[in-house]
Ligand binder design. Structure first.
Ligand SMILES: [Zn+2]
Length: 115
């Protein structure tokens, strides 16, 4: 069985993950500092590489391959996934430590409000 996700660049994978998370192209463009047309062009590259008919199809194929879930990054879930795999999450260069810090800050804030 082929592993099409491997052919995606880090940028393409990032955009696909954001699409899978329900972000609009406008949100993605704002977050990544690229134009709407830029997001559309990256999306087109993703569809071509995966042989997908639509973004929904691309997300489905990526999920079947198990790659989206396994390589999730940049938030608490991504951080926890590193821990589960026995990796050092603080060594991640894709934003997991920042996501974990934000998560812990949010928890601290909630505790403060509850006290
Ligand atoms: Zn990570």
């Amino acid at each position: 069985m082929t592993r099409p996700m491997r052919a995606l660049t880090a940028r393409q994978l990032d955009v696909l993950k954001r699409i899978a998370d329900g972000q609009s192209w406008a949100q993605i463009g704002t977050d990544l500092g690229i134009t709407l047309g830029g997001v559309g062009s990256i999306n087109k590259q993703i569809l071509l590489k995966l042989g997908a008919a639509s973004s929904a199809h691309a997300v489905h194929l990526a999920h079947l391959a198990g790659v989206l879930r396994r390589e999730r990054h940049g938030d608490h879930a991504g951080f926890a996934a590193h821990v589960r795999r026995g990796e050092d999450p603080w060594a991640c260069t894709q934003g997991c430590p920042e996501g974990e810090r934000a998560y812990r800050a949010e928890r601290r804030q909630h505790r403060k409000e509850a006290a």
